[in-house]
Design a binder for this molecule. Structure first.
Ligand code: HEC
Length: 248
């Protein structure tokens, strides 16, 4: 293409502005068709891809998967918990507060809509005082949460939660007791005896209780007190390194 052919002016002019009759530059075409092709690929990947049943395509799904995977990995650390009294007492101890926080997450996700974020009650009863309708001891908590109550007014969670989540949320609910928060609901149920060991906010019995509980607790428990990020320290739990090796 000769120079005068390349920069040949077109006939028309607008307010004295004239234009060349040059082809669209390659870089502009690349951007134009590049974005069109990209949008097609993007659409296929993010809109059609998930319909094919594969998960983990979007950032949200990848996050959910990673979270679930992480939970499974962490649960592998404690095995499958029994919803018995000793287990609940163990997870009420300060050194297991990290696990109680897992119970709290379950509570925040599934329970606070009816029992309020702080447990003071909304649709469901106040969980922060000493009055209970269908609970007389720690294991009743697990039972009520698993099976539901009040003809379904309190849903059954057994099939919807991992057994460990069930146990940990029960421990968390047990830990809400004793705050006696003001509730929008009238008092309901009857007063029940204290949980078998001192709650963290009852200082006088704390020292005795702590001794008792250390008898109850698993020898591998001290590993639970360490930070999760600091997994190298958990070598006294024989399972842990194996788990970490197999998980990417
Ligand atoms: C749809 C609302 C709703 C949701 C969600 C809900 N609850 Fe309840 N819950 C209730 C109601 C209503 C009752 C009272 C049932 C009755 O009349 O005995 C109740 C009762 C209870 C009790 C027994 C209280 C007592 O005084 O005996 C516990 C413990 C409890 N819920 C814990 C939980 C936990 C833990 C979750 C989340 C996993 C949860 N609830 C989710 C409505 C709900």
């Amino acid at each position: 293409m000769s120079r005068d052919e390349k920069d040949r002016l077109m006939d028309h002019d607008f307010d004295g502005i004239q234009e060349y009759d040059n082809p669209i530059p390659l870089w502009l075409n690349l951007i134009l068709f590049g974005t069109i092709i990209f949008s097609l690929l993007y659409y296929l990947y993010f809109q059609i891809g998930p319909l094919l049943g594969t998960s983990g395509w979007t950032v949200v799904e990848a996050y959910e998967n990673a979270k679930a995977e992480n939970l499974r990995m962490r649960f592998a650390e404690i095995g499958e918990l029994q919803g018995d009294e000793a287990t609940l007492i163990r997870y009420l101890q300060p050194e297991n507060s990290e696990w109680l926080a897992v119970g709290q997450t379950v509570y925040r996700t599934h329970c606070q809509s009816c029992h309020a974020a702080n447990g003071s009650g909304l649709v469901g009863p106040n969980l922060t005082n000493d009055l209970y309708k269908s609970v007389e001891n720690l294991t009743d908590l697990v039972k009520v949460i698993a099976e539901g109550a009040g003809n379904g007014a309190m849903p059954a969670w057994r099939t919807r939660l991992h057994p460990n989540e069930l146990t940990l949320v029960s421990a968390y609910v047990a830990s809400l007791r004793g705050q006696d928060l003001p509730s929008p609901r009238p008092p309901e149920g009857k007063e029940i005896p204290r949980w078998p060991t001192a709650m963290p906010e009852a200082p006088p019995e704390d020292s005795d209780a702590a001794d008792e509980e250390s008898d109850l607790s698993d020898p591998s428990d001290p590993s639970d007190t360490s930070d999760t990020s600091d997994t190298s320290d958990t070598s006294d739990t024989p399972d842990t390194p194996a788990i970490l090796d197999t998980e990417p």
